[in-house]
Design a protein around this ligand. Structure first.
Ligand SMILES: [Zn+2]
Length: 395
């Protein structure tokens, strides 16, 4: 580049708070300076500089003064691993993946938006997206078809077609990493247990994610069908068939499922999945979520869950620590699917996916799925993303 182009680039980067220096002989591509780094996988929560080179985390240290092509000033911000949203529907919206990157989400799982009949739609969106996206195929051929008066995709149990799901997985083995089954009565009627049985048959050793809450069959029967590595989403869903009883005790079948390696995810969503009092009771019983997820849709992005940092802020209002909610969207989420192993951490040598968050003070109104309002004095906001080593400022 010539001098004018260089100055132009320098001015642009300076305006974004990113100052280029030592282009010629930089030790690092990017250094994120002065932020409070939280990396649950290595037990780190302290002010650190984070250096990036060649698309990998190169170093995390008190002070990194070696030359860098680009420096991001993160003073007053939190620097965490790029977040992984394990229950999203970003694969059902053309610009969904890019919107998620802007919110600090560098990996996501589209959880059952599409089934065997329309899976190619989700495959196209996920392939075109900037970050690592993967798909849980809906055991129901048409994918999510809603609920309510007409009922959802599994009211006709013939939609749960094991052969069709298996053929779709075989065709898109690189992107489809498991199966989703929505088991609420408004989706599946009384077919919940049979739908799950078919989902497990189609999945084989792949994980199955089930959506619980307000289902027809006893939850213990459903839990009994889950294997290690399966995921229960909507753990804060109200009865019927919640994970906690009237007396505030977690159901034995739920504790047994967790003990054998079944994961419990939040799946904030918009209807029927999250009520303040249920979350309070479940946390008070000592049953913490393994992961926090949005159940992302464009509609939910402008109301209710908004983004993953907002969901994390809600759980902090309920008593979880910052380090715990960060673990739920990074290191824990990375354990749940093979494709994310080695991500969700700031350890040297890891992929350079990083999210910057800013904690602001004020009066923030938070909603559950039942129009319940709570006011918080602090809220986390997305403040920039590094994806595969490339700094993406918050617009
Ligand atoms: Zn969902």
């Amino acid at each position: 580049m010539n001098r004018r182009q260089f100055l132009g680039t320098a001015a642009t980067l300076a305006a974004l708070g990113a100052v280029p220096r030592a282009f010629a002989a930089a030790a690092y591509d990017l250094v994120i300076k002065g932020g409070h780094a939280i990396d649950p996988a290595s037990g780190l929560s302290a002010v650190r500089d984070v250096a990036i080179a060649g698309g990998k985390i190169a170093a995390v240290a008190d002070k990194i003064d070696a030359g860098a092509a680009q420096v991001v000033n993160a003073a007053g911000k939190y620097v965490i691993p790029g977040m992984i949203d394990v229950h999203s529907h970003a694969g059902a919206t053309k610009d969904g993946p890019a919107l998620n990157v802007a919110d600090g989400v560098t990996g996501y799982v589209d959880a059952g938006s599409k089934g065997a009949a329309n899976i190619d739609d989700a495959v196209a969106v996920v392939k075109a997206g900037p970050q690592t996206g993967r798909i849980l195929i809906n055991i129901a051929k048409p994918g999510v078809t809603g609920g309510g008066a007409t009922g959802g995709e599994l009211m006709d149990i013939n939609n749960a077609d094991v052969g069709a799901a298996r053929a779709a997985i075989a065709k898109h083995r690189d992107l489809i990493i498991g199966i989703k089954a929505r088991l609420s009565a408004n989706v599946v009627g009384k077919n919940d247990v049979e739908a799950l049985r078919r989902a497990e048959e189609a999945a084989g050793s792949l994980p199955v994610m089930i959506h619980i809450g307000q289902s027809a069959s006893p939850l213990s029967q459903v839990m009994g069908l889950l294997k290690k590595g399966d995921i229960v989403t909507h753990l804060f869903a109200p009865p019927p068939e919640a994970i906690i009883d009237e007396a505030g005790k977690i159901l034995p079948s739920v504790l047994e499922a967790r003990a054998r390696g079944v994961w419990f995810d939040m799946g904030h969503g918009r209807g029927g999945h999250f009520r303040w009092d249920m979350a309070e009771k479940i946390l008070a019983a000592g049953f913490l979520p393994d992961s926090l997820s949005t159940d992302w849709t464009p509609e939910g992005r402008v109301a209710q869950f908004v983004d993953l940092p907002t969901v994390m802020s809600k759980l902090m209002l309920l008593g979880m620590t910052l380090e715990q909610v960060v673990a739920c969207t990074t290191s824990n989420a990375a354990k749940m699917f093979e494709v994310f192993r080695g991500k969700g951490t700031l350890k040297a040598g890891s992929p350079a996916d990083v999210a910057l968050l800013e904690m602001r003070s004020g009066d923030f109104e938070f909603l559950d799925n039942y129009a319940g309002k709570r006011t918080a004095k602090q809220k986390l906001f997305p403040a920039g993303t590094v994806l595969a080593g490339k700094w993406i400022p918050r617009a």
